[in-house]
Design a protein around this ligand. Structure first.
Ligand SMILES: *[C@@H]1O[C@H](CO)[C@@H](O)[C@H](O)[C@H]1NC(C)=O
Ligand SMILES: *[C@@H]1O[C@H](CO)[C@@H](O)[C@H](O)[C@H]1NC(C)=O
Length: 219
């Protein structure tokens, strides 16, 4: 009985390739060091973000509130509309204005807001300089690149696969918006028409991540 099998050379090649692959990955980190992991989001924080999508600039006032299961993006379009995007952990979102136009729409999604550990499992891609900060950089599920300051471990910047980019201007850990401000205006319940979206997948991916670009933000 022969011990050689016709698949042996193929197996050898595969073992070699696997070995080379692992050596390359291992070589990209210092010996014995684990790649850095993204810092989980604090359970509550307030952040001012400058958003840029192909030169269209917005200022976003972000209130992330995990214990109360809610997330709020107050969006100032440059020299334009002030709009509100309030997301609840039960999947309900309201998009509205507080001016005399009384715009409001809502959406019902299968998922809640982002969990504080939503970056778990992201792939570390190294260090880069961004906005003047040396950052650890990760990629998550091919939809976001996330930059965290090496020194303070605060988020500095993130970019969606669409090219939409956020620059973190302030990051106040533990800051919470008073309950009264989370009140959806009455006209949301009077004439709101649920939005049927063909981009729900995208919306889910971006939920709580303030990627409320015109294709997602429907009013
Ligand atoms: C916005 O992005 C564009 C490129 O898409 C760039 O030319 C411009 O300088 C950016 N503006 C700001 C305020 O970051
Ligand atoms: C989700 O919670 C909000 C706030 O409590 C509420 O207004 C909304 O009706 C809820 N949605 C569902 C589907 O229960």
């Amino acid at each position: 009985m022969s011990i050689s099998s016709p698949s042996s050379p193929a197996i050898h090649v595969q073992v070699l390739v696997t070995f080379l692959l692992f050596s390359t990955i291992a070589a990209s980190f210092t010996k014995g060091e684990e790649p850095p992991k993204p810092t989980p989001w604090p359970e509550q924080f307030h952040s001012l973000l400058v958003m840029n999508y192909s030169g269209e600039v917005q200022l976003i006032d972000l209130w992330y509130d995990w214990p109360n299961g809610r997330n709020f993006n107050i969006i100032q379009h440059q020299l334009g509309k002030l709009s509100y995007d309030l997301e609840w952990n039960n999947g309900t979102s309201f998009f509205y204005t507080l001016d005399s136009n009384r715009e409001c729409s809502s959406a019902q999604l299968e998922v809640g807001i982002l969990r504080p550990n939503w970056l778990d499992g992201a792939t570390y891609v190294g260090q880069r300089q961004v906005d003047g900060f040396l950052c650890y950089v990760w990629e998550k599920a091919e939809f976001i690149t996330y930059y965290e300051d090496v020194v303070t471990r605060r988020p500095v910047h993130w970019v969606f696969y669409t090219g939409r980019a956020a620059h973190v201007m302030t990051f106040e850990v533990g800051a919470a918006l008073e309950d009264a401000k989370w009140q959806v205006p009455w006209y949301c319940f009077e004439k709101t028409t649920p939005v049927i979206r063909d981009d729900v997948g995208r919306t889910i991916m971006h939920r709580g991540l303030v990627d409320t670009g015109t294709s997602v933000f429907v009013v």
